[in-house]
Ligand binder design. Sequence first.
Ligand code: NAD
Length: 379
Amino acid sequence: MSSTTYRIAALAGDGIGPEVMREAIKVLQAVGTRHHLTFQITEAPVGWAGIDAAGQALPDATLDLCRRSDAILFGSVGLPDRDPTIPKEQRPERAALLRIRKEFGLFANLRPVHLPKALSHACPLKPDRQGDGIDILVVRELTGGLYFGQPKKTELITAPDPVDGNLHATHRAIDTMVYTTPEIERIAHVAFRAAQLRRRKVTSIDKANVLENGVLWREVVTRIALGYPDVALEHMFVDNGAMQLVLRPTQFDVLLCENLFGDILSDEAAALAGSLGMLPSASLGATKDQTTFGLYEPAGGTAPDIAGKNLANPIAQILSVSLMLRYSFGLQEAAGTIDRAVAAVIDQGLRTGDIFNPADPAARRVGTREMGDAIAAAI
Ligand code: NAD
């Protein structure tokens, strides 16, 4: 029996957040009992729930709780129809999520995309392109590159018109792509370590034929790979990567990307799974004393269209728990128990509306609560 107490801040947020969080906590408690693990779960408001409770999207008490925790289990925040007069910086998406990312230096975003064979109908690709099921982990650098590089500005200049060659006053927008060697090294380590827990292959995405950043990226990733002789490394240009994802997605295990490329390719990969309701994600910070601080959340948002109706698929939130056990706490066995329980329930034919196929005679439509109960029972 382990004597460690794992401290978890559970921030459900808005919309379907509280509904799916309830099921995730149910599953966390079930896995704790099964594997004799002690989880200290403390819930706190965030998002509009934070504004309602304490006047801030990320109340000070919630941030303090996160600081005292080993990991954050996050729901989703934001309700597009609530109070448009609140300035952008105070709205939940920025004031809560971006603030937490910054506060905890969360530089690595992990998005596993798994399409089980039984959900083949939900995938936009033809069955013969899906092989035995798609199983990809996108590892995206989250704090560097084009989104944060300086200078970043729009300025008024005088420049020749591209058509008539005459000088004109015009606006010029500048974004700068910047990566340093240590920034590439640390995200590469995350990808190789993740590959060691999977099928031991990393495909590193770059544009080394055009961008200086791509050349450095490729050099550094190649060097870091030497420390992981059990993991195969291949390099791929981003344009080819985008194409290969729809032509032959089964060739990929871990896809390592810088920020912009990862933003685009992770959404493309997510589309292959058919429903946002199935997709968890992890944002990781630095590793200290064998534990890695991280924030774990569904890839989707607050789904206001189905909130409060027991319709949301809780699997994305439940698989976020599995990622937390795997990547923050190193509890591989317990994480595997959750993954297998989800697979078993899918195999039994249980389906929330987003993954329900009326043409499948084995499929049984269930609500959020029933899905969570079934997964907890399977554990
Ligand atoms: P969304 O992801 O909330 O919903 C898009 C579609 O996917 C909807 O039809 C929704 O019903 C469906 N969907 C999403 N999750 C589902 C689930 N678990 N089960 C079943 N169906 C599910 O995206 P949106 O509508 O563009 O955004 C709504 C709000 O969420 C916005 O305020 C947005 O800013 C916010 N948002 C927050 C996060 C976050 O907190 N990380 C991420 C994305 C969007």
